[in-house]
Ligand binder design. Sequence first.
Ligand code: 3PG
Ligand code: MG
Length: 380
Amino acid sequence: MKTINDFNFKGKRVIMRVDFNVPLNKDFQITDDSRIRAAIPSIEKILGDGGSLILMSHMGRPKGEVNSDYSLKHIQNRISELINRPVQFADDCIGEETEKVANSLTEGEVLLLENLRFHKEETSGDESFAESLSKLGDFYVNDAFGTAHRAHASTAIIAKFFSGNKAFGYVMAREIENAEKVVKNPTRPFTAIVGGAKVSDKILIVENLLKVADHIIIGGGMAYTFFKAKGGQIGSSLCEMDRLKTCLEILKKAEEAGVEIHLPNDSIIADKFDAHANTQHAPSNEIADDWMGLDIGNSAAEKFAQVIKNSSTVLWNGPMGVFEMEAFSSGTKSVAQAVADATSVGAFTLIGGGDSAAAVYKFGFDDQLSYVCSCVGALL
Ligand code: 3PG
Ligand code: MG
């Protein structure tokens, strides 16, 4: 795997795919710029060598149509502030006008292209669209880890047009290095913690984990589909009736593979989905009608913590309960604490994006874990 470290960019016009798909509020202000900040070292390496740079990204899913809500113009100033240089903007990511501006860039200059997904050819992986993009630069860099699982024109297809003149950026290199510590020869015992609402969202991760993990802890809404499949009473808890068979298959495969699955034996239950609902404690397979499990219970949290603390590698994806509501946050918090404790005694711990990353930031554990991956879809 060649990275930008293997090259000098003096006099080169580099076109770099980044993932600047950052969240914006209703006034189009960036609410979390970490994906932009992550790419700064790659940007600085290229400009520092004396190259010029064309940045391209998608934002959201505008489905092939121009839609100013998804314009990358919203992030032009933020990039400029972070790199301390002016950033020019091209209203279209391809075309004669854009080629002219790209061609005229001199050492240290930066051009940001408009949203790639304003053209449907981006997501369909169209070759001639990729070729048009490739005309803008003489060297291609892919540093868009968050988009690594998409075979789009600007990621996989464009690379064909740069024989030899292409490399990965630092974000990509670092994410892959950390992911490999988990999936290739992890130090054992390896425990995976999987949570979130739906079994259907996590089938892929669980099936992959059955091949490598020693323990799989299952929490969050998805646990109740497992209890239902095993014949339990789960009241009005989340349940995917069409996934009962999947759950039984996972349990069977785990047994065959010698992977221990840990389900939360007790739950905090509520009489409605509400921060101020009445709550009780119950075994997860004996939940009364009209009550729903919204967090793992104390005994489950303790048991999970034991397993986590005895692990040398931990991968965590998905919360244990509705952690956004104080009354149902303690399970996720105690798992975060256990993961932090394991890290402090030498375990390698990786948090995979999305809600679990939001939870570790919210509870202030982000600097007590080995690595927070920027996009779990890409990690998988
Ligand atoms: C993401 O945030 O998931 C990445 O930017 C990829 O976006 P996508 O899921 O719309 O392809
Ligand atoms: Mg996505």
